[in-house]
Design a protein around this ligand. Structure first.
Ligand code: F6P
Length: 329
């Protein structure tokens, strides 16, 4: 493909923050500088584009952040950017700085915004998948997923200690919006008895049967990992009260891991992935590719059109479900 003369690049982080976003910002900035392209950071995601909150970044401006959780650029879920008027304001800010290319690090909603900005205003956009939910199509994993998974597994390990000391049944809710990636992987990694995920309707009766079986087989405590997007009950408390009613001899506790899963220093896997994705995002812009999300498949950097990446339904590995069923007997 013909090399393209880029003017200036901006980078932003948007939506729910994810460990590894800083490492990706650092890689985008340094790769831009390496290629003699000016680079700007946008504060608070699309909000900063609308309100003209940008900072010029050079290689030293992103020192000491590769190991930091959160995002130094801040993040937001910007409602105004969902409107035509909001995107017009964003475009005029970009024009003011003579910026023609934008790297968006975020999840589904954030990449949808990037696509609209390119379609309506011709800004060249590249998406970097940054969400602990791992729900983008076209990449084996998104930034932050590995770290969040490790955080969840560490937390569940701790809960297991107290669960077994008291012979209790714990329902542990993990994040994931509509996707069960964290739940399934954390359930396997932490040795849960059951994993309840939105992709698979287990049904309350099967859950009851399974708990009865576990008890018969000699288990005195149990961990059930529930994805927050699970649809059988209203929420994790409705499961626990259903079980309490039907198996009253169980002593039950509920624990919601919540936002600790979004914080913390990124794992080395996420740091390396973020660095590769950041450099590849700039490579794509230089080679005149846009409207794509970068991803990793079979350890290779790949691109997928943003319109396909945001379709939803990043499939859970069926074999993982089978493994989970087998090892939790
Ligand atoms: O998309 C990441 C995520 O952490 C989801 O798992 C969760 O449903 C949501 O964000 C929570 O968002 P907020 O921090 O805005 O409440």
């Amino acid at each position: 493909m013909m090399a393209n003369k880029l003017k200036k690049i901006a980078v932003l982080t948007s939506g729910g923050d994810a460990p590894g976003m800083n490492a990706a910002v650092r890689a985008v900035v340094r790769s831009a500088v390496y290629n003699n392209i000016e680079c700007f950071g946008v504060y608070k995601g699309y909000e900063g584009l609308i309100s003209d909150d940008l900072v010029k970044l050079n290689a030293r401006g992103v020192n000491n952040i590769v190991n930091k959780g959160g995002t130094i650029l801040k993040s937001a879920r910007c409602l105004e950017f969902k409107t035509v008027e909001g995107r017009l304001k964003a475009k005029s800010t970009l024009d003011k700085y003579d910026i023609d290319s934008l790297v968006v690090i975020g999840g589904n909603g954030s990449l949808t915004g990037a696509l609209l900005l390119e379609e309506e205003h011709g800004i060249k956009t590249i998406g970097i998948p940054g969400t602990i939910d791992n729900d983008l199509v076209g990449t084996r994993c998104s930034l932050g997923f590995d770290t969040a998974l490790n955080t969840a597994v560490n937390a569940i390990d701790k809960i297991r200690d107290t669960a077994s000391s008291h012979n209790r049944l714990f329902f542990i809710e993990v994040m994931g919006k509509g996707s069960g990636h964290i739940a399934l992987n954390a359930g396997i990694g932490a040795g849960a008895e059951e994993v309840l995920i939105p992709e698979q309707d287990m049904g309350l009766d099967r859950l009851l049967d399974s708990l009865k079986k576990s008890e018969k087989s000699g288990k005195s405590s149990s961990i059930i990992v529930v994805s927050e997007g699970e649809k059988i009950g209203d929420n994790v408390f409705s499961f626990s009260s259903h079980i309490e009613k039907n198996l009253p001899h169980y002593e039950i506790r509920v624990s919601i891991l919540g936002h600790i899963q979004r914080g913390g220093s990124p794992s080395s896997f996420d740091r390396v992935l973020a660095s590769r994705m950041g450099v590849y995002a700039v490579d794509c812009l230089i080679s005149n590719k846009s409207k794509v999300m970068v991803g990793i498949i079979d350890d290779n950097m790949v691109t997928i059109p943003i319109k396909d990446a945001i379709k939803g339904g990043q499939q859970l590995d069926k074999d993982l479900i089978r493994v989970c069923d087998i090892i939790s007997i």
